[in-house]
Write a protein that binds this ligand. Structure first.
Ligand code: C2E
Ligand code: MG
Ligand code: MG
Ligand code: MG
Length: 288
């Protein structure tokens, strides 16, 4: 009986495994077609200075709708990376972001946008050339594009990435360290890398709801020590906003202020959102 159950479990595991593999293969094929047809979209999430009550920038996030289903970025980005399609995807992201920024900067001349990068874009393509082509095509200054690298990418491949990073910094592009706190980089290392902003991972923001602010406080102090700008990611509640402000982190990205949205929706959001809706006073009632 035990033996039969064991065998059934093996069979069940195999079927499950095959499901996963075949889903991934189907998605890979569908993604290849979607890239050929330029079907991926970019959505934009505003980044807010909650002290000043203003929008300081955007993050561009890829979205892929396959018939009626949105495939999560974590799933299709990993497929794109493993298959090498990320280079093509990345070029399409730059092109869409460049076009959107050119248009948005007519009304919002200071607006800038963050773009996420993967390791393979450094390996497989001339990233500096691709990015410069983008800003020239859309008549943008380098400061309009900020580049996000995750802390785990740096931990894995710092020496490989650094020369391209330095060349891009030389052209005036700024780098943000994404998902900070999740990737084990030493402070010594961070000091020597040309990042100007740390994005505090959402996993450190959520505990603020339970009044647990030890970790986020330490991270904010590290950022200050390194002379870096700080953005808190994944901020969903008023309590989190309020505590972050108290701890000295004013730049906030999260559903509390705005979700990622398509360009058309973003334009309406930008035109209709008043500074007081973005300012700290919303949460100041809590501080009494
Ligand atoms: P990320 O760069 O850390 O992006 C932030 C993620 O947090 C986004 O997930 C965003 O939708 C989500 N988020 C923002 N505010 C909140 C909030 O208040 N609560 C919660 N729960 N989540 C929030 P998304 O769009 O699913 O993207 C996941 C990851 O996929 C990104 O994480 C990034 O690493 C990657 N990614 C997305 N687009 C691209 C791309 O064009 N290129 C590359 N290389 N990676 C991308
Ligand atoms: Mg990011
Ligand atoms: Mg992040
Ligand atoms: Mg992330």
């Amino acid at each position: 009986e035990a033996k039969r159950r064991g065998k059934n479990q093996v069979v069940a595991f195999k079927i499950n495994f095959l499901d996963i593999v075949s889903r991934r293969m189907q998605l890979e094929q569908a993604l290849r077609e979607a890239l050929n047809e330029q079907e991926l979209a970019i959505w934009f999430q505003p980044i807010i200075d909650a002290q000043k009550g203003c929008v300081i920038g955007l993050e561009a996030l890829s979205r892929w709708r396959l018939s009626s289903e949105f495939i999560p970025p974590n799933e299709f980005i990993s497929i794109a990376e493993a298959s090498g399609m990320i280079t093509k995807l990345g070029r399409q992201v730059f092109d869409k972001v460049g076009a959107a920024l050119q248009e948005l900067r007519i009304d919002y001349p200071q607006l800038q946008c963050n773009v996420n990068l993967s390791l393979r874009q450094f390996r497989d393509s001339d990233l500096t050339k691709d990015i410069i082509e983008c800003i020239e095509k859309y008549h943008l200054p380098a400061c309009a594009l900020h580049l996000e690298l995750t802390e785990s990418m740096i931990a894995e491949s710092e020496t490989e990435i650094l020369p391209t990073m330095q060349s891009l910094v030389g052209h005036g592009f700024k780098f943000h360290l994404d998902d900070f706190g999740t990737g084990y980089s030493s402070l010594e290392r961070l000091k020597n890398l040309p990042f100007d902003t740390l994005k505090i991972d959402r996993s450190f923001v959520v505990p603020l709801r339970q009044d647990d602010h030890v970790m986020v406080k330490n991270i904010i102090n590290i950022g200050r020590e390194l002379g870096m700008n700080l953005i808190a990611e994944g901020v969903e509640t008023e309590v989190e906003v309020h505590k972050l402000l108290q701890l000295g982190c004013h730049q906030i990205q999260g559903y509390y202020f705005a979700r990622p949205m398509p360009l058309d929706e973003l334009k309406i959001w930008l035109a209709t959102t008043q500074p007081q809706q973005l300012a700290a006073h919303k949460s100041s009632q809590l501080s009494q």
